[in-house]
Design a protein around this ligand. Structure first.
Ligand code: UDP
Length: 327
C-alpha cells in the first residue's frame, strides 16, 4: 500500500485529497499547522500539527512513516490578502516550501504533486489557456506559486526530485456525502458566497462588474469539482512515479460560466431567491479564464465526472448541513 504525505490536509482541497486517497486504498499522513485548516477535517487520519518548514518535524515524520510520495497543498491562497502581505506570502508559500523540499531530498522522497494555480498566467488574452501561454502573474499569490514551480524545475535537475505542478482554475463543490467542504474565513469565492445568501447568512450577492466584454457582461470562469481535481492528483502521482518524469498540467473543464449563470444555476438548485446587485468591478479580475485541460486528459488519462450542476449541488449539500462550517 502506497503512503502519501499530504501537506495542508486540514484545508478545503487537502481534506478532500485525504478522504479520496483513503477511498482509493492509499495510506495517508497529514501535516498541517491549522492556521487556516480545521482539525475536524483530519481527525480520522494520522496527522502532525506544525509547519512544513520545520525541518526537525518533517524529519521525524519521514523517519516514522515510509512516505512514497507527497501532495503539497499547504499555502496561503487569498489573492487580495497576498497584495497586502507579500512578506507573509513569500515566507509561507516559498520559504517554507523550500525548507520542506530540502527535507524531502535529504530523506530521498522523490515524487511531489504541487498545487499550483491559473493565477500564474495573469490577465491572459488567450482562451482557452494552454500550458504554453506566457506566465505573467498579476498578484503576489500567483507569483509565489510560479516561484515554487521554477524551484521544482531546478531541484529536479540537481537532485532528481520528480514533480507534477497542477494549475487549478476555479475549484468548487464538495465530497458527495456532505461531510467535508469549503470553510474559509472570510469567504470570498463566488459559489460559497452565493450559497451563503441562499442560507440567508448574508442579504445579497454583490456581482463584481456587469460591463465586461462577455455575452451577459459578467466575468466567465472555468469551474472544476474538487473530487475531479483530486482524481487528477492521483493520476499525476501514479504517472510521475511510474514513468519517473516531471511535468505541468492545467486542470479545468474546458468550458466557462458567467457569474450570472452561476447565480441562476444556484437559484434553480437551491430553490431560493438569492437577491443580487451588480456592483463595480473588483480590481484584478480578468474577464474570461478558461483552461485547456487536454494535456491532462491525454497524458494522465484523466476525465471529469462532474458538471456545474453537480458542483453547486454538492457544495449546497455541505452548506445546508454545515451552515457555520466546521464550528
Ligand atoms: N465574484 C462576485 N461576487 C463575489 C465573489 C466573486 O461577483 O462575492 C466574482 C469575481 O469577481 C469573479 C468570479 O466571481 O469574476 C469568480 O471569483 P472567485 O473569487 O470565486 O474566484 P477567482 O476567479 O477570483 O479565483
Amino acid at each position: 500500500m502506497k503512503k502519501i504525505l499530504i501537506t495542508g490536509g486540514a484545508g478545503y482541497i487537502g481534506s478532500h485529497c485525504a478522504r479520496i486517497l483513503a477511498d482509493e486504498g492509499y495510506e495517508v499522513v497529514i501535516i498541517d499547522n491549522l492556521v487556516k485548516g480545521h482539525i475536524q477535517a483530519i481527525k480520522d487520519f494520522k496527522h502532525y500539527i506544525g509547519n512544513i518548514g520545520d525541518e526537525d518535524l518533517v524529519a521525524k515524520i519521514l523517519s516514522e512513516n515510509k512516505i512514497d510520495g507527497v501532495m503539497h497543498f499547504a499555502a496561503y491562497s487569498l489573492v487580495g490578502e497576498s497584495m497586502k502581505m507579500p512578506y507573509e506570502y513569500y515566507s509561507n508559500n516559498v520559504g517554507q516550501t523550500m525548507s520542506f523540499l530540502h527535507s524531502l531530498i535529504k530523506q530521498g522522497v522523490n515524487n511531489i504533486v504541487f498545487s499550483s494555480t491559473a493565477a500564474v498566467y495573469g490577465q491572459s488574452d488567450v482562451s482557452p489557456i494552454t500550458e504554453e501561454v506566457v506566465l505573467a502573474p498579476i498578484n503576489t499569490y500567483g507569483e509565489t506559486k510560479l516561484t515554487v514551480e521554477k524551484m521544482l524545475k531546478w531541484f529536479n535537475i540537481a537532485y532528481g526530485l520528480n514533480y507534477t505542478s497542477l494549475r487549478y482554475f476555479n475549484v468548487a463543490g464538495a465530497y458527495e456525502t456532505g461531510e467535508i467542504g469549503e470553510d474559509h474565513n472570510p469567504e470570498t469565492h463566488l459559489i460559497p458566497v452565493v450559497l451563503n445568501v441562499a442560507l440567508r447568512k448574508s442579504d445579497k450577492l454583490k456581482i463584481f462588474g456587469g460591463d465586461y466584454p462577455t455575452p451577459d457582461g459578467t466575468c466567465i470562469r472555468d469551474y472544476i469539482h474538487v473530487v475531479d481535481l483530486i482524481y487528477a492528483h492521483i493520476k499525476a502521482y501514479e504517472y510521475m512515479s511510474a514513468v519517473n518524469t516531471s511535468d505541468i498540467f492545467n486542470l479545468g473543464s474546458g468550458g466557462g460560466y458567467s457569474n450570472l449563470e452561476i447565480l441562476n444555476t444556484a437559484r434553480k438548485i437551491t430553490n431560493c431567491e438569492i437577491p443580487a446587485d451588480v456592483e463595480p468591478r473588483r480590481p484584478g479580475d480578468p474577464p474570461i479564464l478558461i483552461a485547456a485541460s487536454k494535456k491532462a486528459e491525454d497524458i494522465l488519462n484523466w476525465k471529469r465526472k462532474y458538471d456545474i450542476n453537480d458542483i453547486i449541488a454538492t457544495a449546497w449539500k455541505w452548506k445546508k448541513s454545515h451552515p457555520d462550517g466546521y464550528k
